[in-house]
Design a protein around this ligand. Structure first.
Ligand code: ACG
Length: 460
């Protein structure tokens, strides 16, 4: 299943306020369908004061800038008519400080006080986040709370079983509205604080217990719900969660794909596949690999390649010829640019989707200026639709190839190896079989294929 990661604010604006909205997505479902998209991962749409939506004020609402619950139901209906699934991002590790639960806690309501984690005499208020040295304890009125993702997002205290019930209700609410599944934000962080010793510590076993209960609850309501987990970590940590979720994002693979192309080094891809897709080699697949090269937390693909669209095409070739599900962040199909200078300020990788050559036109979002994607830079759907060699048409062809060969999702990888130029591997399922060759070097290289037929992906 080919998934498209969609940021509503930047996508398409139906009411001329410059902010993308849910009706705007409906208006562009045919664009997505033609692109070959089979599932949409919607970044958070609930009421939030933050531009990105990851600090939720009310889990049962739609951000008024994006529309209403009625609009959302309409989106689901229209998406389903086109055989497109809708998967919702639900960040439940924390809330906004503006959430009613947190406000009640601050006001001294005992029930809600226990929904959050507060400093005590053992707390080191200067403790830092392990990956970037950000502070994790913040003062609100006269109390200090634990907030791994910053001063406006207090972490929830999942030692409290009432919260488990509360979160189940949230999942049920969205399933009843018709969503096809969830992208579980920050899945390794549900229990990441050691309350006894008051210090940061991942507690994977407790996380697994929590997610087991949540996923079986979700499946009891919708047996075919698609559950996707975000665990941004090394393969050994991701492995601990194998089999728990339907789809696991493969973060390590994203770096291997990009580095292979950046350094023109076939060995990187071979080692990367071995290390992160080993279960597709052994045939022991418990969770589907969610393959991607960028998401909203990361630098845009082409910006990492000095804006070389041939290198981006190569990355897409690899993405669409690996087993698992390919995920594409909106705008990557037209090579939108964007950098992340600081992980706490990610706006620059989420600029308005560029529909028009001039940068203006019906539905164009304008919530922020386009620092990286100016008009007349050939980064627009309008220009690229007209050009057979564009990145957009390249991605469309690959998606069509993938659709014609759905079996690749579950294929076994065999015969993985490389020479100086080329990475070679086979994909096999029952009697279906492909040999894939990727020439990683910028120079031409010759291969002789006697007994094989080539597959015309690009119609040449
Ligand atoms: C999710 C969302 C993100 C969102 C939140 C919070 C979580 O996608 O948009 O933030 O709701 C960590 C978390 C992820 C989180 C990212 C942003 N993403 O684990 O859940 O931060 C290391 C750490 C990772 C870390 C990553 C970040 O281990 O845990 O992700 O760095 O850069 C190798 C290593 C690997 C290492 C990488 C990168 O691969 O193996 O361990 O990862 O290198 O160095 C949003 C906003 C935030 C806001 C928040 C409330 O974006 O600004 O504060 O909401």
């Amino acid at each position: 299943m080919f998934f498209y990661e969609l940021f509503v604010r930047s996508f398409y604006d139906s009411n001329n306020d410059g902010i993308g909205d849910i009706k705007g997505i409906v208006a562009k479902l045919d664009y997505l369908k033609k692109l070959g998209v089979e599932g949409i991962w919607l970044l958070p749409i609930m009421q939030s004061a933050a531009f990105h939506g990851y600090t939720v004020i009310d889990f049962y609402s739609i951000n008024p800038s994006y529309g209403t619950l009625e609009d959302f139901k309409e989106l689901i209906k229209e998406a389903h008519k086109r055989d497109i699934k809708i998967v919702l991002d639900i960040p439940i590790n924390h809330t906004s400080v503006k959430c009613e639960w947190f406000q009640k806690a601050i006001a001294g309501d005992k029930k809600y006080e226990d929904y959050y984690i507060w400093a005590n005499e053992k707390t080191d208020l200067n403790e830092k986040r392990h990956w970037d040295d950000s502070l994790i304890w913040f003062k609100y009125k006269d109390k200090y709370f634990y907030g791994l993702f910053g001063s406006s997002s207090p972490d929830l205290n999942f030692e409290n079983k009432e919260l488990w019930k509360e979160i189940k209700n949230v999942f049920k609410f969205w399933l009843d509205l018709g969503v096809d599944g969830f992208r579980l934000d920050a899945a390794k962080h549900i229990f990441d604080y050691d309350r006894e010793n008051m210090r940061f510590k991942y507690q994977h076993e407790k996380n697994i217990e929590f997610w087991k209960e949540m996923t079986s609850y979700i499946k009891s309501i919708k047996a075919d719900a698609i559950i996707i987990s975000e665990i941004w970590d090394s393969p050994d940590v991701v492995k601990k969660y194998h089999g728990l979720f339907d789809v696991e994002f493969n973060f390590p693979l994203s770096y291997f794909i990009k580095d292979t192309i950046k350094y023109h080094d076939p060995k990187i891809l071979v080692n990367g596949i071995r290390e992160t897709l080993g279960h597709y080699i052994s045939g022991d697949v418990e969770s589907i690999s969610g393959n991607f090269f960028t998401n909203h937390d990361m630098e845009r693909l082409i910006s990492g390649f000095d804006e070389n669209s041939e290198m981006s095409k190569m990355a897409f070739n690899i993405l669409f010829t690996l087993p698992g599900y390919p995920f594409v962040f909106y705008g990557e199909e037209i090579g939108m640019r964007g950098e992340i200078i600081d992980v706490n300020f990610t706006e620059d990788s989420q600029e308005p989707m560029q529909w028009y050559e001039s940068g203006f036109g019906l539905g164009q979002t304008e919530w922020k200026g386009c620092k990286y994607n100016p008009p007349y830079s050939s980064i627009s759907v309008e220009e690229q639709l007209k050009d057979n060699n564009s990145l957009l048409n390249h991605v469309k062809n690959l998606a069509r190839f993938r659709k014609e060969n759905k079996w690749i999702e579950n294929a076994r990888i065999y015969g993985l190896n490389n020479d100086r130029f080329i990475v070679k591997y086979g994909l096999k399922l029952n009697e279906r079989n492909f040999l894939v060759y990727h020439n990683i070097k910028p120079q031409k290289s010759k291969i002789t294929l006697n007994k094989y037929k080539s597959y015309r992906i690009f119609g040449f």
